[in-house]
Design a protein. Structure first.
Length: 235
């Protein structure tokens, strides 16, 4: 399948209701409104195709950019490629669920994520923390430095309440993921979650909401799912 065919198929799968949901989360035109599950049959035909993924990502069309992440060949991407992708990721569904996910399947994942976390750009920081969540939820515990992750928990504890909006979500999810998927620091993650307490988000909206990692970790403990790992990062 070529670029034109894929774009035609995506457009045909678009639904106005789905489009409205994406727009309410931060997407803007151009987009078709394709449910991610609807993309799977096209992805099966293509499998991995990095040149096609690059063409689709460059369109600025949200659905095409998302699908680019589905068919991308992460091992064929360099750090410069990921920098280009994150620069074009204009809202969190691209930064955290396309770029961070694709990065998590590479050998340079931690190196790139560390740079983004250390910066001051909201979506890069969010993508960096999210990348660690995807990594921790998939890779064996032995692939990570316990002392490094412990230090990252301390950074979250000290800075989360003053961090940008989307970064708060990703940092909160990091606490949860360490607590659930990285057994050596389960107890420290629980302590961090308790110390952090409720994290307020959506302050600019009529009704803000609060994230509570401790509650979500406990729910997972109650279900007996501590140590959970995904078989694949990308669905």
């Amino acid at each position: 399948m070529n670029y034109e065919t894929v774009m035609q198929e995506l457009e045909a799968l678009g639904k106005e209701r789905t489009k409205k949901i994406y727009v309410s989360n931060g997407a803007h035109e151009p987009l078709f409104g394709v449910a991610t599950g609807e993309m799977k049959p096209i992805a099966k035909k293509i499998k991995k195709n990095q040149p096609l993924a690059e063409q689709l990502y460059a369109t600025g069309n949200y659905d095409a950019m998302y699908f680019a992440g589905v068919i991308a060949d992460p091992k064929a991407m360099t750090e410069a490629d990921f920098e280009r992708w994150i620069d074009a990721a204009y809202f969190y569904m691209l930064s955290d669920y396309v770029v961070a996910v694709t990065l998590a399947e590479t050998d340079i994942a931690q190196e790139v994520a560390d740079k983004w976390i250390a910066g001051d750009e909201e979506l890069k920081m969010s993508a960096g923390w999210s990348c660690y969540c995807w990594l921790l939820g998939n890779r064996p515990d032995v692939e990570f430095s316990e002392s490094k992750l412990a230090n990252m928990l301390e950074i979250v504890q000290n800075t989360i309440h003053d961090s940008p909006e989307r970064t708060k979500y990703a940092m909160n999810n990091f606490i949860y993921t360490v607590g659930v998927s990285y057994l050596p620091l389960h107890n420290k993650a629980v302590e961090t979650a308790m110390a952090v307490g409720p994290v307020e988000v959506n302050r600019d909206k009529p009704k803000s909401k609060f994230l509570l990692a401790s509650e979500n970790i406990q729910k997972t403990v109650d279900k007996g799912r501590i140590g959970f790992k995904r078989k694949y990062v990308r669905c």
